[in-house]
Ligand binder design. Sequence first.
Ligand SMILES: Cc1cc2nc3c(=O)[nH]c(=O)nc-3n(C[C@H](O)[C@H](O)[C@H](O)COP(=O)(O)OP(=O)(O)OC[C@H]3O[C@@H](n4cnc5c(N)ncnc54)[C@H](O)[C@@H]3O)c2cc1C
Length: 369
Amino acid sequence: MTIAVVGAGLGGLTLARVLHVNGIDAVVYERESSREARGQGGMLDIHSGQWALREAGLVDGFLAIARGEGQDMRLLESDGTLLLQEDTPEDAPLLRPEVDRADLRALLLDSLPEGTVRWGHAYESADNGVLRFAGGGTAPYDLLVGADGAHSRVRALLTDTRPAHVGQNVVELGIPDVDHTHPDLAAMVGRGTCWVLGDGISLAAQRNGDGRVRVGLSFYDTGEDWFTTSGIPFDDPAATRAHLIRLLADWDPRFTALIAACDDTIRRWPISTLPVGLTWPPAPDVTLVGDAAHLMPPVGEGANMALLDGARLGLALTAHPDDVPTAVREYEREMFDRTSAAARLSADLQELLMSPDAAQRLVAFFQPG
Ligand SMILES: Cc1cc2nc3c(=O)[nH]c(=O)nc-3n(C[C@H](O)[C@H](O)[C@H](O)COP(=O)(O)OP(=O)(O)OC[C@H]3O[C@@H](n4cnc5c(N)ncnc54)[C@H](O)[C@@H]3O)c2cc1C
């Protein structure tokens, strides 16, 4: 059985690892040229996905990189009013610790035999058991697994459905080495996430394990073309910061100070999702894991579902090593049910965040009863 996985993100690597611990080889084809080719994002909140890491034999490694204190949360209004503060006790169980995506990806990469990941292989097309890569090159497969993320190309083999923009655009900036460069801002953000909710705009400042604070400014009720029509000069980082500060003119000055302290790394992130409950007719030799299968708003479920998908598919293939179609059907049945529920939950939370009374509803959400 030749298993070809497209994409060395969390879903694809978990699949390869679970197969490996069960004595089955797979090859992971990744578009990026090396593991360091680009920044690997911010913090992820890992809860249900811990089960997958246990199946992958990586739970101790995970606990070593997990940041329990990253669960701390502060919720404020844009005038500076503190609505909620939750600090994680030292002895609290690691139910939803934060982990740097780069650390988690490195844990998975280091757990695989040399040569499992083939860097610099961008999937272009596949048919009749042959994969084709951009710039030439082919590879055989009995099972092709699309683990190629939000903008998956493999997805088109199974469904015509494409992600749709949800009316939210995020500008992400960051403050390096915050404890030394801006101790006052470090104290305000705390050890976890500091959320500020304004009118049609929210700010989430989150401490990363490497001392960087990531600042995500979300603009709600904005269209897919917002990054080009907003008038923000994204090609000039200093002018971008100045423009963002002007947009927050009526906010507490401590929050605009956060923007002023950011460096020149600016990421634009339009938020799109696949429809809740997306399925497709089974194919005997192709399936999807992670965002390729069920892209959700970024509210804490997507990475967990990708880890679980990878583990579940790995276990189904282990149970049916000579019958790929049965393994795929078994995996997809469980995956569709589980991820539909997670996507529904995520869509509800997204609706809450985008609502005019988001602050009050969020306080009620975090303090039920
Ligand atoms: C660089 C990066 C940074 C991220 N940062 C954050 C973050 O800060 N916060 C957050 O909530 N989520 C972030 N995400 C998304 C998050 O990792 C996913 O939502 C979640 O983990 C689901 O994982 P996945 O394995 O399905 O997809 P991903 O983790 O997105 O991995 C997909 C992989 O497929 C590769 N790929 C894509 N197209 C091709 C192709 N044609 N051929 C070969 N390989 C291909 C990509 O390079 C990537 O390595 C980030 C993703 C990436 C890739």
